[in-house]
Ligand binder design. Structure first.
Ligand code: GLV
Length: 380
């Protein structure tokens, strides 16, 4: 199989993964309308084809949070990525480091901060959920600091988990105990490559960063129930003070979809936001990020760094989000599919494809530098 698009990686992931994992990555909330709109609305942004403008030297380099990057792209946080390939977060972090783009480790990763730190030589980013136990939260921030993380993405769109119907059907959630384990084992048996590589040889399978507070549960026996029990629905803007007290590096709020919230983030001194609806995994019916982004950029684009995610399946999609005003783009499902299909090599190949496609699309729209991308490259 030659992997040359995200859709190829998705097919590879579908073949390789047991259903409860493929559906976890591929699925979204309720009817999955917002997840679909992320893809469809982004693909519908028409770019202006421009000609005869000397595009012999395309420069995709940029700077985000003081870091010089080869392109304005980072691997966004993905829960349970270590179940998609053996020690999956380590494999993805290595591929990202090789490509020079930031890797963001999820709070609910399989590999712990320390394991990822041992595997790479450069700093990576950490994503934080508001865990109920503030003592543990403080320890987690201390661990991120001592692991050398150089940006913190605080996810704010999950006070409660979304209604992920596929996860209930597959047995990832809602089937605790031996029955759920049996269902997942039966699905794994149909995917012997994964069963050997990850199921058998990829242990431990617990949530590495939060293992200390799991109190006997791995989190995987009923994932959504675990999220519900451990994430704090009472979180407010005031909790940013707590985070600021324990984190002095760049702070990025992920899951902003409303200009009023973006203004609050800016006025409270966030360094960045991610315009995101969590890949449609939270509020189904929410705006696509493509539709939300321009208004948010207009409101706060001059005050903080605006990243965006949602539906990005190519370097052309990266260009589209930049044209709408994003300063950088997070990949989500795209890298999860690539990791599941081919491990580190898959993520490396994906980043190569995204970079090549971005350069090509810039050439064909007649722009040669990231700073020159703007609304003028769109058809109106
Ligand atoms: C966790 O972050 C999820 O979206 O499942």
């Amino acid at each position: 199989m030659i992997y040359s698009t995200v859709s190829d990686f998705r097919s590879g992931a579908m073949r390789r993964l047991p259903r409860f994992l493929f559906d976890y990555v591929d699925g979204a909330a309720n009817s999955e309308d917002t997840a679909r709109r992320n893809v469809d609305d982004l693909a519908a942004i028409a770019l202006r084809q421009r000609v005869l403008r000397d595009v012999s030297a395309i420069d995709t380099t940029t700077e985000l949070f003081g870091q010089k990057l080869p392109m304005p792209v980072a691997l966004g946080p993905i829960g349970l990525a270590g179940m998609l390939a053996r020690r999956g977060e380590v494999q993805a972090a290595r591929a990202a480091e090789e490509a020079g783009v930031p890797f963001c480790l999820s709070t609910v990763s399989i590999c712990a901060l320390a394991e990822v730190k041992r595997a790479v030589t450069k700093p990576f980013w950490f994503q934080l959920y508001m865990i109920r136990d503030r003592g543990h939260l403080r320890d987690l921030l201390a661990e991120a600091r001592s692991s050398g993380c150089n940006a913190l993405i605080f996810t704010v769109d999950m006070p409660v988990p979304g209604a992920r119907h596929r996860d209930l059907r597959s047995g990832l959630s809602g089937s605790p105990g031996p029955l759920g384990a049996l269902r997942r084992a039966a699905q794994a048996a149909l995917h012997p490559g994964w069963a050997l590589d990850v199921g058998l040889l990829g242990h431990p399978h617990s949530l590495g960063n939060v293992a200390a507070v799991l109190k006997g549960s791995t989190g995987l026996s009923d994932f959504l129930a675990w999220l519900n029990a451990n994430f704090d629905p009472a979180v407010t803007w005031r909790d940013l003070d707590f985070i600021r007290e324990h984190w002095s590096g760049p702070l990025i709020l992920k899951g902003i979809l409303d200009a009023e919230d973006a203004k609050a983030a800016a006025s409270l001194g966030a360094d960045g936001i991610v315009v995101s609806n969590h890949g449609g995994r939270q509020l189904d019916g929410a705006l696509s990020t493509t539709r939300a982004l321009p208004g948010i950029v207009e409101a706060v684009g001059g005050q903080l760094t605006v990243l965006a995610d949602g539906g990005v399946r190519s370097g052309t999609d990266v260009l589209r989000l930049l044209a709408l005003g994003a300063h950088g783009v997070l990949l989500g499902r795209a890298w999860a599919y690539a990791l599941a299909a081919q491990g580190r090599a898959g993520v490396a190949r994906l980043l190569e494809l995204i970079g090549a496609d971005l350069r090509r699309s810039m050439a064909l729209t007649g722009v040669t530098r990231i700073a020159d991308i703007g609304p003028h490259i769109q058809e109106r």
